[in-house]
Design a protein around this ligand. Structure first.
Ligand code: NAD
Length: 510
């Protein structure tokens, strides 16, 4: 078995791929930390040696600019991987949690165990980052991995399929190419963990397939991420931050601001600022700007074209498109209502509707009447307003006074809630995602421990019950983990005092 199965491969190839990965895991290939480190370093070399190839593939698929390709995918992957390699020993080491008085003589350990064979299924919008980042986390945690790129980002899928086998262990990391048919075939196999990025509807299919084997999942899904703006903000900076988050990858971003909620007064100011910003960024003919991506394929183009056409009377900015170029102009819609077509599904394109409301209370109500979003954006300098949105809404994450930037904070787990997903990753959370926390109590045969616990054996008695109940009672005193240090300190202090007294006595004798 090589490290790749071809598109439209027969199901036997998929079965063989999963079996190869399982055999490798069962042989213990991926367990040693040194093996993992070697693979991760090789992956880092792959990123560094293929920087241009990655940028080119992203340009081919999405007409992605170099700036967005490097910042949002290539460098993002490199920095995440360097972080994982740096912390690999620390993250994979057994953990020693605090223990109670009952276990004072025992060892209490949490082992960071790999799950086994992991399936990673990627989406097309960030076709490298969303596939390779979880893959590297799965390797770091000691799993073997089947990697399935999205078939829609053709150039990136080809890059992954051709390049991974040159750098990584071909039996432990296997790329399976293909679309729904191959993914369906893959989902019939037994995996120990499934990590899926994509739309909510396909996420449900993946979840259903996973339940058949009780396979744990991470589902990184989408949805409509709202932005609330109040009247306390710097509207020009606010417009820049929202429009940047919306128009990178021309809105084909899971955490792109989907729609804006604000008062009529803020809407007018926002549109005025947005007109200036967009002209400054993309000029009078945005189609000629090298900084705007294209829609991934004609199916998605037609979907977005229909949304623009259905909103003709509400276009405040933009509204043009060109099917031959799969280009849609950055478009802002005003006075949209919750029942409009544009508000029914995730937009996933360069159209930003504004829904007017009266205040933060109405915004909260509007948000809570809909599915839980992947992220909620709030623009306000009023702490009370921010707190009321934090406290009274549920979303995968939040970002205040900016958009998208929260996903760059590696200590913030990234994921959805409700229909926007299950689980989270990034930084250590990625390693933990692919790690089973195996709890272990280790006792010895010392007589004192056996004596103390012997009251648990029959014949049962009231006195033994009382003794054990007292021993086991939950106490919230100082942490016992400092007891050995306190004892060592006391011993040291006692010894010093003894030596000092003895020296004093002998010098007096002289
Ligand atoms: P998608 O759900 O159409 O496809 C995702 C993957 O599922 C692809 O690899 C595809 O081959 C596979 N697939 C498609 N149909 C299938 C089927 N019937 N059975 C089994 N597998 C199938 O998603 P997409 O269009 O690639 O990505 C867009 C969606 O993903 C948006 O909703 C977006 O919000 C979401 N997304 C979420 C995140 C996140 O991190 N939460 C990131 C990117 C995209």
């Amino acid at each position: 078995m090589t490290g790749i199965t071809k598109p439209n491969s027969k199901s036997s190839n998929i079965v063989e791929a999963v079996q190869t990965a399982r055999d490798a895991f069962n042989r213990g290939v991926t367990r040693p930390i040194e093996w993992r480190r070697k693979q991760l370093n090789s992956l880092l070399r792959m990123y560094e040696e293929n920087r241009n190839a990655m940028i080119e593939a992203l340009h081919k698929d999405l007409r992605r600019s170099k700036m967005e390709a490097v910042l949002l995918e290539v460098d993002y992957l490199i920095n995440d991987l360097k972080n994982t390699i740096h912390y690999l020993d620390e993250w994979s080491a057994p953990e020693k949690p605090p223990k109670g008085i009952v276990n004072i003589l025992d060892k209490v350990v949490i082992y960071n165990d790999p799950y086994g064979v992991v399936l990673v299924v990627g989406a097309w919008n960030y076709p490298l980052q969303l596939l390779l980042l979880p893959m590297s986390g799965a390797i770091a945690a000691g799993n073997t991995v089947i990697v399935k790129p999205s078939e829609l980002s053709v150039a990136c899928a080809q890059f992954v399929a051709e390049t991974i086998p040159k750098y990584l262990d071909n039996e432990a990391v296997i790329v399976v190419e293909g679309g729904p048919q191959e993914t369906t075939e893959l989902l019939k196999q037994k995996f120990d963990y499934i990590f899926f990025t994509g739309g909510t509807n396909i996420g449900k299919i993946v979840y259903e397939a996973a339940t058949k084997n009780l396979t744990p999942v991470t589902l990184e899904l989408g949805g409509k991420s709202p932005v609330y703006i109040d009247n306390t903000v710097d509207i020009f900076v606010t417009a820049k931050r929202i429009l940047w988050g919306k128009f990178i990858n021309v809105g084909q971003t899971c955490i792109a601001p989907d729609y804006v909620l604000c008062t009529k007064e803020v809407q007018d100011k926002f549109i005025e600022a947005a007109k200036k910003v967009l002209k400054e960024w993309y000029g009078d003919e945005p189609q000629k700007s090298p900084d705007l991506c294209r829609i991934i394929n004609s199916r998605h183009f037609s979907r977005l074209q229909a949304l623009v056409d259905a909103s003709r009377d509400k276009i405040a900015i933009g509204g043009t498109y060109d099917a031959n170029d799969r280009f849609i102009e950055p478009t802002v819609l005003s006075n949209v209502t919750g029942t409009d077509k544009i508000m029914q599904d995730e937009i996933f394109g360069p159209i930003l509707p504004i829904v007017t409301i009266e205040n933060a209370y109405e915004a909260i109500k509007f948000i809570n009447e809909r599915e839980k979003p992947l992220v909620l954006y709030v623009f306000s300098t009023n702490d009370k307003v921010v707190s009321s949105l934090v406290d009274n809404t549920s979303s995968g994450g939040m970002c205040v006074n900016d958009t998208v930037m929260h996903m760059g904070v590696e200590t913030l787990p990234f994921g959805g809630v409700g229909s926007s997903g299950i689980g989270a990753y990034h930084g250590k959370a990625t390693f933990d995602t692919f790690t089973h926390k195996k709890s272990c109590l280790i006792k010895n045969f010392a007589a004192i421990g056996e004596k103390l616990a012997s009251g648990r054996y029959p014949p049962y008695s009231e006195s033994n019950l009382n003794f054990l109940s007292t021993l086991m009672r939950k106490r919230f005193g100082p942490s016992l983990k400092f007891v050995p240090y306190v004892l060592a300190f006391a011993l040291g202090a006692g010894l010093s005092y003894g030596i000092f007294t003895w020296q004093k006595m002998t010098s007096e004798d002289l």
